[in-house]
Design a protein around this ligand. Sequence first.
Ligand SMILES: [Zn+2]
Length: 277
Amino acid sequence: MKIVFANSAWVSAAERLVLRGGSWQSVRLRVRYGLIFHPTAGPVLVDTGYTHEALTGERRGRMLRLYGALLKPELNAAEQVLPVLKHFGLSPDDVRAVIVTHFHADHISGLSLFPRARFIASDAAWARVKARTPRQNLRHGVFTELFPADFETRLDGLSAKPRVEGLNGVPGGADLFGDGGVIAVDLPGHADGQFGLLFPRLERPLLYAVDVQWLLSALTGTRTPGFLATLIAEDAKAIEPTGAMLRRFLATRGEVMLCHDPELTAYDLPPNDARAE
Ligand SMILES: [Zn+2]
């Protein structure tokens, strides 16, 4: 099973905001999304990264426009999801499943680009989105205009998936494709319903831990940034226990990847490799 990650955009932030004890110098964060070539499910996206829909789309509400103006993500044209799919000889219609790790804009921005995909996501978190007012959803960082109108009919909820054992300190989770190769693991703290993906069968097991932290060094060095973590976290108390679980996994030779860490990993597309022809 081939797994690649691409960088949809760059976002700059003062290091201090993403790393306790960090400097005021700006760090350039990636906004990754993944592409899994699954033997039976075919090409499966892991989130969509930022796309034009979140940053220039006509359907954006006032708050999403403000969010874009404040955060100023810089789209990476070469590694936007459509050019990357094209690089692998795929069209949007070839994508039959998108795993949606949580409902923040940089993860769901491009869902409407995939009209034939089912959405593998937390149905419990979706039920809470539906129960909230738009204003309450904004407080959870959820811009509902980014969901395709038929999101619910295409939702393939985690609660219906078989539960399987975890690995090396990582608790069990939902077996997404029934083969034990891709397991959704709850990662409480950052966002309502956030889950990561455990790939236990790889030679070196991998856990894609999404937005547990922005920087890997904040995780490995236990340097959770105080200010941002408490201001925007869904459940600030859960951040440290989730981090401790990931450190146990790392200590057993597991590999952890994050969405935003700037360092290139072995799973990232090499720079310039994904340019659209
Ligand atoms: Zn997030």
